[in-house]
Ligand binder design. Structure first.
Ligand code: ADP
Ligand code: MG
Length: 286
């Protein structure tokens, strides 16, 4: 395309809340074949709330939340904010270690506490009751498991509502000939519930941040042009791996910095708008 047409397209985009950082990316958006999307904060609102607290036998409910909140107050993750908000008491934690896509561990009131995905705890040798976890996840709840001194202490279920715009936006992208694939670090049963709710047939769950980038490259292996849309720190590697990357404008600064295009409307309709803008811009030139 001529530089002038692209400049006009870029200006038009800005008026509609599509901030194009990389003009070539707007050209590449024309022939997008597949769009990888993050779940939390992209398909969902990213404003999770604690809905279920299941302490292990002999563990006090408020104590469970206090242990978890102590560690979570050091994390910027949306799940962390939900847990801190639900806790009545937030003790101070020491030696806090945050593991992206996994959770947090540290010392609280002299106990070794670990908070995060069931997989994160199992990797540390903690036995997390499977049936209880599956039942919560099947309802679309994100699971946060807690261990104290190496023993399972309880499960916290967090609900993050699907954005009201996600179903229509996914359908719009599909009508534009773009396959939508969801990539998430969440539990498979939680991922399935959300994917079904928004009309996505292909999803990958339990994906660590670095593996999201690998998944993006794998989608490109079929020769299709791959886009990625995300909002979190954990999405930055995948955004960098995509040919066209979209950041949700209300997301983390790191995601916005890594993306070619920032969407001020904060949902996937922005991606559909950008593809339409790209097609219209290039059609004018030909
Ligand atoms: P997503 O890909 O859906 O944005 P993440 O990769 O950030 O999710 O996290 C994947 C999973 O790891 C979460 O569903 C949760 O179980 C766990 N997890 C990650 N960070 C935290 C945290 N700070 N506190 C508790 N659990 C966490
Ligand atoms: Mg996210």
């Amino acid at each position: 395309a001529t530089p002038t047409a692209i400049m006009v397209g870029t200006g038009l985009g800005a008026q509609h809340g599509i901030l194009v950082k990389n003009a070539e990316a707007l050209e590449r958006a024309e022939k997008l074949g597949v769009l990888a999307v993050d779940k939390t904060g992209t398909l969902t609102e990213g404003r999770p709330e604690v809905t279920d607290v299941h302490p292990a036998p002999a563990v006090d409910r408020d104590q469970l939340l206090a242990w978890a909140a102590a560690l979570e107050s050091a994390s910027g993750h949306p799940l962390a904010r939900a847990i801190v908000a639900a806790a009545g008491r937030v003790p101070t934690a020491q030696a806090v270690d945050t593991v992206p896509g996994r959770g947090v561990r540290g010392s609280v009131e002299g106990r070794a506490v670990q908070v995060g995905s069931p997989a994160f705890l199992r990797e540390a040798g903690v036995e997390v009751p499977t049936a209880e976890a599956e039942a919560l996840a099947a309802q679309g709840r994100t699971l946060v498991a807690v261990a104290v001194d190496g023993r399972f202490a309880g499960l916290i279920g967090v609900a993050d509502p699907v954005r009201s715009t996600s179903v229509a936006a996914v359908a719009r992208l599909q009508r534009a000939g773009i396959e939508v694939v969801m990539l998430t670090g969440d539990h498979p049963a939680t991922a399935r519930a959300v994917a079904e709710a928004v009309g996505i047939a292909h999803f990958e769950a339990g994906v660590l941040p670095a593996d999201k980038a690998q998944a993006v490259r794998a989608l490109a292996a079929g020769g299709r042009r791959v886009g990625m849309a995300g909002d979190g720190i954990n999405d930055a590697p995948a955004l960098a791996a995509a040919e066209v990357s979209f950041a949700i404008g209300t997301g983390a600064d790191v995601a916005v910095a890594a993306a070619d295009i920032t969407l001020m409307c904060s949902d996937l309709n922005g991606v559909a708008d950008a593809v339409e803008l790209s097609r219209a811009t290039l059609a004018k030139i030909r």
